[in-house]
Design a protein around this ligand. Structure first.
Ligand SMILES: Cc1cc2nc3c(=O)[nH]c(=O)nc-3n(C[C@H](O)[C@H](O)[C@H](O)COP(=O)(O)OP(=O)(O)OC[C@H]3O[C@@H](n4cnc5c(N)ncnc54)[C@H](O)[C@@H]3O)c2cc1C
Length: 460
């Protein structure tokens, strides 16, 4: 399927429904949940009632071959509030990790338990980061050791969304220390398992409606079937890793792979915040008067907003491209996932900062939502890989692809062999056009009109 920016009717409808939900159910309560730093259960319940909180909904969006459904949905939801948005989509991040690692049977068992059902909601968490290793996931210290028919997990996790209150924790742990990051595996730890300790709920700058926690795993025992992918797959992976280590080869980490996959999804969230800020600032600037006219009449106010509008569109295009690539199974060989996340998160910070500046003193107090959006946006240059880490990924891809042409040159062309001969810009068409022009005085007008029909731009 070719990359196409035109949304389908279903995507249009999805975005409209998500926007309506964000506008009517999220925005009115966003500041309250933010100030109280309280988990937005009633909004989650409403999301579930509307079909936005279920494993099949997210599997459906992830499986969309155009790649546009997921970022379109995320943008609208996070336009409402990023803290509440995170509370709603956190299980989808865990589900994404399960989807990459689990067997079909495990997927069937755990995916429903990540979300529950309306009236009986469940939560899921993805626990990767540790106090000593956020960016450096190759340096994780949480371990899992086999003991009879169980795995026993010991370690310390930090900044875990839904940590300790989740029904399903997807936990990354080292199973073979000699293999370093290649010796890691993912486990399911159900909420309430003895030894799983919620050390504290973290007090955050922004996205405060979402729950983020520090966790400890003190001899947490889970049955062997909670190893995602199963023992045989793990043995195979470790065997390959040993060959890589013995041969001194380089290979990627599964955890890094998970992040790279989810980056366009997170990028779309940041775009939602950025767009909210731009819209708000633009409306304000057209209404606020100073020195006898609306402040938007000053280029000092209008030009930065014009730049932000351009950067948001650029970030959205990068995000949609990355999401389309992920949906089509095209590898992010040039760091396309990271490009989308870096561009979107950085424009979110710039847009929200600019919105505060545009509102002046009003922007600095919470009578208006822009100060909250500024606090929320900052998270996006930190989690799911900091901006520095995105630059490292893109830079190393640059090195690895040195001399390679841009992506579009390498993509499989659409249109088939006929297009190669008769498509626009082909040599044959050029020759025909030249011949038609040269013969225009000799060829009868009706025939000439037919020839020109072939060359004209497509009708609307
Ligand atoms: C609100 C919130 C929610 C989160 N949710 C989750 C979650 O649900 N699950 C989860 O597993 N994690 C989560 N995280 C963790 C998040 O992914 C990490 O905080 C992030 O990866 C950064 O790791 P760190 O904090 O250890 O920073 P560090 O890795 O210590 O980095 C500190 C600084 O050094 C820079 N740096 C590090 N290495 C390099 C380098 N080689 N070159 C240049 N600069 C470098 C970083 O960019 C950063 O600026 C969350 C974090 C927050 C704040």
């Amino acid at each position: 399927m070719t990359f196409d920016l035109t949304p389908t009717a279903a995507q249009h409808d999805l975005a409209r429904r998500a926007h309506e939900f964000a506008e009517s159910m999220i925005r009115p309560v966003a500041l309250d949940f933010d100030q109280k730093q309280e988990f937005p259960w009633p909004v989650l319940e409403e999301a579930a009632q509307r079909g936005f909180y279920s494993p099949l909904f997210y599997r459906d969006l992830i499986g969309d071959p155009t790649g546009l459904s997921l970022p379109m949905f995320m943008e609208e939801l996070f336009w409402g509030c990023a803290g509440i948005g995170l509370a709603i989509v956190m299980p989808a991040l865990a589900l994404s990790a399960i989807g990459q690692a689990a067997s079909p049977e495990q997927m069937l068992e755990w995916a429903p338990q990540c979300f529950g059902t309306p009236g009986d909601l469940k939560l899921a968490a993805l626990a990767i980061s540790e106090p000593e290793g956020g960016s450096d996931v190759r340096n994780l210290r949480t371990t899992a050791r086999r003991d009879g028919s169980d795995w026993v997990i010991d370690g310390h996790k930090m900044w875990i969304g839904n940590g300790g209150i989740a029904d399903v924790h997807v936990v990354n742990a080292v199973v073979d220390e000699e293999l370093g990051h290649r010796g890691q595996a993912l486990f399911i730890v159900p909420g309430g398992t003895p030894g799983l300790e919620l050390v504290r709920k973290l007090d955050k700058l922004g996205c405060r409606a979402s729950h983020t926690a520090e966790l400890k795993f003190n001899g947490v025992r889970v049955p062997a079937e909670n190893l995602l992918g199963g023992q045989e797959k793990l043995e195979h992976k470790l065997e390959k890793a040993r060959e890589v280590v013995a041969g001194g080869k380089r290979s990627g980490s599964a955890t890094l792979g998970t992040f790279e996959q989810t980056r366009p999804m997170v990028a779309a969230q940041a775009i939602g915040i950025a767009r909210a800020a731009l819209e708000y600032a633009t409306t304000y600037a057209t209404q606020r008067e100073a020195f006898g006219g609306p402040i938007i009449d000053n280029q000092g106010i209008a030009f930065p907003l014009a730049e932000i509008a351009t950067q948001i569109d650029a970030a959205r295009l990068l995000t949609w491209r990355a999401s389309w690539m992920a949906a089509q199974g095209i590898a992010f060989e040039r760091g396309e996932g990271s490009m989308s996340k870096m561009a979107a998160s950085e424009v979110a910070v710039r847009a929200t900062e600019r919105a505060i500046q545009t509102l002046g003193g009003w922007g600095y107090i919470n009578d208006h939502p822009v100060e909250k959006w500024y606090r929320d946006a900052k998270l996006y240059t930190i989690f799911e890989g900091t901006s520095e880490i995105q630059r490292i990924v893109i830079a190393s891809a640059l090195g690895a692809n040195e001399g390679a042409p841009p992506l579009h040159v390498e993509l499989e062309p659409s249109g088939g062999p006929l297009n190669r001969v008769f498509g626009r810009g082909t040599l044959l068409r050029g020759r025909v056009a030249d011949a038609a022009l040269a013969a225009k005085d000799r060829v009868p007008a009706p025939l000439m009109r037919v020839a020109m029909q072939v060359l004209r731009p497509p009708r609307k």
